[in-house]
Ligand binder design. Structure first.
Ligand SMILES: [Mg+2]
Ligand SMILES: [Zn+2]
Length: 176
């Protein structure tokens, strides 16, 4: 069930909201997705270069009762389909449904996966053969970069613009 490659591969950990899609707040339906410019071609480029591609996303809207895990999984399957149609795809989506105080159900608790905690990245590195030294995270908040730092991978702040251009600058035109 767990994919294993013969040798470790680098991983690109991508925050979702504000990196792949515009962050309108608690996006949870396909019709709400507005892709960031260059997002699909950036994922294709990472795929072509042999990166594992993981989404690591805080989804406290679940703790707040705004949507459920089934909605979120459906959205992520749809996003993966769109990205695969463009030549890329996501190897695994990791999400944190928790919040330390908001909401009043089972998701309202301290956890080790809500960024800035590194739990989602560490889980991916347990489940896949990852070369951390060649891996990086792209996020749009300090909490994303803090999670990367604690997990031992480089973090890069994406301040908007074209994600393909951003990724190309990171990995270079010819790097393997
Ligand atoms: Mg974000
Ligand atoms: Zn969590």
């Amino acid at each position: 069930m767990t994919p294993r490659s013969a040798s470790p591969r680098p991983a690109a950990f991508l925050d979702r909201d504000g990196v792949l899609n515009h962050d309108h707040g608690y996006v949870h339906r396909p019709q709400d997705i507005v892709w960031v410019a260059g997002a699909k071609s950036a994922v294709r480029l990472l795929h072509e270069r042999g990166y594992w591609i993981f989404v690591v996303t805080n989804q406290a809207g679940i703790a707040r009762g705004l949507y459920g895990e089934t909605d979120l999984r459906g959205l992520h399957a749809w996003m993966d389909g769109e990205l695969r149609a463009a030549g890329g795809g996501i190897d695994a989506f990791y999400y944190c449904p928790h919040h330390p105080t908001a909401g009043e159900g089972k998701y309202t608790r301290e956890c080790d996966c809500r960024k800035p905690a590194p739990g989602m990245l560490l889980r991916a590195m347990r489940e896949y053969q990852v070369d951390a030294t060649r891996s990086f995270l792209i996020g749009d908040r300090d909490s994303d970069l803090a999670a990367a730092q604690t997990a031992g991978v480089r973090g890069h702040m994406f301040a908007g613009g074209d994600l393909y251009d951003f990724v190309l600058r990171l990995i270079g035109p010819n790097s393997a």
